[in-house]
Design a protein around this ligand. Structure first.
Ligand SMILES: O=P(O)(O)OC[C@H]1O[C@](O)(CO)[C@@H](O)[C@@H]1O
Length: 268
């Protein structure tokens, strides 16, 4: 895994946006796997800023989102459909019929999951998957204990995840109990993965992912086995990462421009 260590949330967001922009410039018809949550908000802001200033076009891009709550209308402010329109899609030139998000209101959710998996395959797979991480190590809504072989499926959210996400709702009781999520093997099929981690709250889990065992109890630990994972993390999130696994390659700095990096490390 390649680690890009940055000062703070702002720098992480800038670096992540640049990563996405580079991907789209290199391959204008890229399939982008997108995430929701607080971590990626700054990245979307920077992507929009670049779109407005530099006119990077998303006309040929297709997007597939990681997950969606079950039972929440697409027009509801807490749905991930709404989040994506509000924070990204309404502000760039992506074609509406190129946007794919699981339908949390599907009558037959199992069928919806199979169809969603089919959509990703038909698109030729994800070129770049953007990920955040839950405090319990979840990626997408794949909670601890989810099989590494899982494909898109319905998940019962853990209390820890519902509690972490209650900040977006009025009350804990309003946080949905179930969601549809890409599976771990679906995520792992992506050609490139970009994981963003920011803040002290994520320091413990990031250290576990980077220095701990690869175990289904920590869903994100599987990323250690993917050939093309980049983690952009800030100082606070990297606070507990250490140990002999860490090696520093000055050369990696040459690949990057823009953000104010304080070090770039390759971990293996
Ligand atoms: O970025 P946040 O809000 O900490 O959330 C981390 C992860 O958890 C989720 O919000 C799901 O709970 C993901 O969508 C996100 O990537």
């Amino acid at each position: 895994m390649k680690i890009i260590a940055v000062e703070n949330y702002q720098e992480m967001s800038k670096a992540a946006a640049q990563f996405i922009i580079n991907q789209v410039k290199e391959k204008p018809q890229s399939v982008l796997g997108l995430a929701t949550g607080g971590t990626v908000l700054g990245t979307y802001e920077k992507v929009i800023e670049d779109y407005q200033q530099n006119k990077t076009s998303y006309k040929q891009v297709h997007s597939v989102n990681l997950d969606e709550y079950i039972g929440v209308e697409a027009t509801h402010p807490n749905s991930y459909h709404y989040y994506m329109m509000e924070h990204l899609f309404a502000h760039i030139d992506i074609e509406r019929d190129h946007i794919h998000i699981p339908n949390g209101l599907a009558k037959n959710t199992e069928e919806e999951c199979r169809n969603y998996e089919g959509v990703i395959e038909e698109l030729g797979g994800v070129d770049l998957q953007l990920l955040g991480i839950g405090v319990n190590g979840h990626i997408g809504f794949n909670e601890p204990g989810t099989s590494f072989d899982s494909v898109t499926h319905v998940v019962k959210l853990t209390e820890s995840t519902r509690d972490a996400n209650k900040r977006y709702f009025n009350r804990l009781e309003d946080v949905p109990t179930h969601a549809i999520t890409m599976g771990i093997s679906t995520i792992m099929k992506s050609k490139n993965i970009l994981l963003l981690v920011s803040g002290k709250k994520k320091a413990e889990i990031l250290a576990q992912v980077m220095n701990g065992e690869i175990d289904e109890k920590v869903p994100a630990s599987i990323l250690n086995t993917h050939p093309n994972v980049t983690i952009i993390a800030d100082k606070d999130a990297l606070a507990f990462v250490g140990g002999k696994k860490k090696r520093c390659f000055e050369d990696d700095k040459k690949e990057l421009s823009g953000p104010n990096l304080f070090s770039v490390r390759t971990i293996y």
